[in-house]
Design a binder for this molecule. Sequence first.
Ligand SMILES: Cc1cc2nc3c(=O)[nH]c(=O)nc-3n(C[C@H](O)[C@H](O)[C@H](O)COP(=O)(O)OP(=O)(O)OC[C@H]3O[C@@H](n4cnc5c(N)ncnc54)[C@H](O)[C@@H]3O)c2cc1C
Length: 409
Amino acid sequence: MNDAPVTTTRDLRTGRPVWLDSPGIGVACRGRIARSAYDVVIVGAGISGAMLAYRLRRQGGKVLVVDRRRPLHGSTAASTALLQFEIDTPLFALSRTIGREAARRAWRRSVAAVGDLHRLVRRERIRCGWRDARTLYLAGDAYGRIALRAEAEARAAAGISGSYLDHADLSERFGIDRTGAILSAGSAQADPMQLAAGLLRRAVAKGVRICAPVEIAAIAASGDGVALATADGTAIAARAAVFCTGYEILKAIPDQGHAIRSTWALASARGATAPDWLADHLVWEGADPYLYLRRSADGRIIAGGEDEPWSEAHADTRLLREKTRRIARKVRALIPGLRFRVAHRWAGAFGESRTGLPFIDRVPGHPHCYAVMGFGGNGITYSMIASDIVAALLAGEDDPDADLYRFRV
Ligand SMILES: Cc1cc2nc3c(=O)[nH]c(=O)nc-3n(C[C@H](O)[C@H](O)[C@H](O)COP(=O)(O)OP(=O)(O)OC[C@H]3O[C@@H](n4cnc5c(N)ncnc54)[C@H](O)[C@@H]3O)c2cc1C
């Protein structure tokens, strides 16, 4: 077995995300792997691994989740957790790239995923500060008022929420000075670590095992399954392995024109002064890079943006201050009456694909291996979609939308 690292080893984040201080983010995990054979090994205990482990929980002790870090300490800890169905690439633009019907399916699938996640959180009573939200998508330098009008029409034709507001509507209802916006229902916000921890705990309660820190260093085909080797030389046999390794990308993945970028975020102290409407609206813009913000259930302003096209830029501590200062300044200028003190700053790596869609597929050339690469600003929504698709693939069933998320080889 080739024992070169199977994923990149990079820092996923710097600074201190606000969620690290949240209550209820602990998950029982072991240091040693108890058995030598499993049905499914999930590599990566972030929100993607958590959702899949939850889906597979009824397989009991035959599902193992491993992570080279503590569970949930990858990019999930850095997420600002706007849980949106709105894909980075507007529907009208995605239609030009992948065709109208496929683009509509991709958008509708995201709408369904946020709804499914909400039902799951309610059913399982996961305490994660969940709040339903509308989104306000503002005209910006990448998509201006004319593009947003076209987008509202494309969404209406596809039966997807989104009504166009012109400058006067926007200014009157929200006090925001932009040429236009799309207002839509059907998104949400939450604490990403509490959400993922809640799912992992429910999976563990049904017999799923979590072991960390355990790094998977090598994979090889083995009979009708896959053999995995940990960095300390432990061998694990599995019927299937699923790499939910976030932005530490499996080396076997062919180039899909995807890129890892750096992004910055901040959280204010609790009790920020904000207009009432912000409690249940997520705000973002059709700009490159875009600015986004929300107000959490406990009264913090959470905001982010200022992306740079380098994967390592987020590790620069000087940039951390500069970028988060700029985000705070832009947010204050955008929303009249917003007053807050920045209490947490952090930065992280995140992935982008050409289309804004994730990759959720079998790993080319590696039988019984699957990859979940939830690229885009709505990565958590994609984690939800991935748990459906991978669960179907593992069960030998079809998912009607699996073709949207395949690797192009
Ligand atoms: C600043 C920031 C803001 C964001 N905001 C939003 C947002 O508002 N809404 C949204 O939907 N998404 C957002 N995202 C994206 C979202 O956070 C990610 O899509 C999501 O967290 C990815 O989860 P994951 O479980 O796939 O990856 P991760 O959480 O990164 O988990 C992958 C895990 O795999 C482990 N791993 C990697 N390689 C190995 C190996 N060889 N062996 C063992 N373990 C391994 C890592 O240690 C890691 O813990 C944001 C991201 C950032 C950085």
